[in-house]
Design a protein around this ligand. Structure first.
Ligand SMILES: [Zn+2]
Length: 204
């Protein structure tokens, strides 16, 4: 009888110590900031196949990556007006993210321009993250590997890559100006999101 009472008590204590509504695992502490390129008022390049903009398409890709592991990513959207880049990367800094990935797609006047590239700041950490992400994007999309590109001051992407404290990269998975590139991106979207996620985890 006493034994039964004690076990009943212990059981009651145990269940009150672990309420079922609490998450079983704590949220990750090392996080990646996903910065969506451009802003709602100036949405960047437009895809030749369906008119979707960088801001729209890259926003959807960022949400897909973030959904793969709740708490691992913070999605940051740039806002229009002076100081756009500085504001976005102040948010990156405030988020405590370990690194940042800014999302774009490429565009060129020659419709045959094709392939996948990643812009880097030039720091060793930026290069390491970019190497991992570039390999996964090339594997997912099967497009030409255009490699890593280090930006010079005043070049596109340079400000974004050097505005925040954590190591930064800027991805251009494909050319929105190339019909076959757009089709590859649509066909391989889940693989692209999963590949970016895998690369980020490998970096962390
Ligand atoms: Zn862009």
């Amino acid at each position: 009888m006493l034994k039964w009472l004690l076990s009943l008590l212990a059981g009651g204590l145990r269940s009150s110590n672990a309420p079922p509504h609490l998450p079983s695992r704590p949220l990750p502490t090392r996080r990646i900031a996903l910065v969506v390129g451009h802003n709602p008022r100036a949405q960047g390049a437009v895809r030749v196949t369906d008119g979707r903009t960088e801001y729209d398409w890259c926003g959807a890709l960022a949400e897909q990556v973030a959904a793969l592991e709740p708490g691992r990513y913070v999605v940051i959207r740039r806002t229009p007006g002076a100081g756009e880049i500085a504001r976005a990367y102040a948010e990156v800094d405030a988020s405590g993210a370990t690194a940042s990935v800014e999302l774009h797609f490429n565009s060129f006047s020659t419709p045959s321009a094709t392939g996948t590239e990643t812009l880097i700041s030039g720091s060793a950490a930026s290069r390491r993250l970019a190497t991992l992400v570039q390999a996964e994007m090339v594997a997912a999309l099967g497009l030409r590997d255009r490699g890593l590109k280090q930006t010079a001051p005043k070049q596109g992407g340079h400000a974004a890559l050097n505005a925040g404290r954590p190591p930064a990269i800027l991805i251009e998975p494909y050319f929105g100006s190339n019909r076959a590139d757009c089709e590859a991106a649509d066909r391989s979207l889940p693989a692209l999101a999963a590949g970016i996620h895998r690369a980020c985890l490998a970096y962390l």
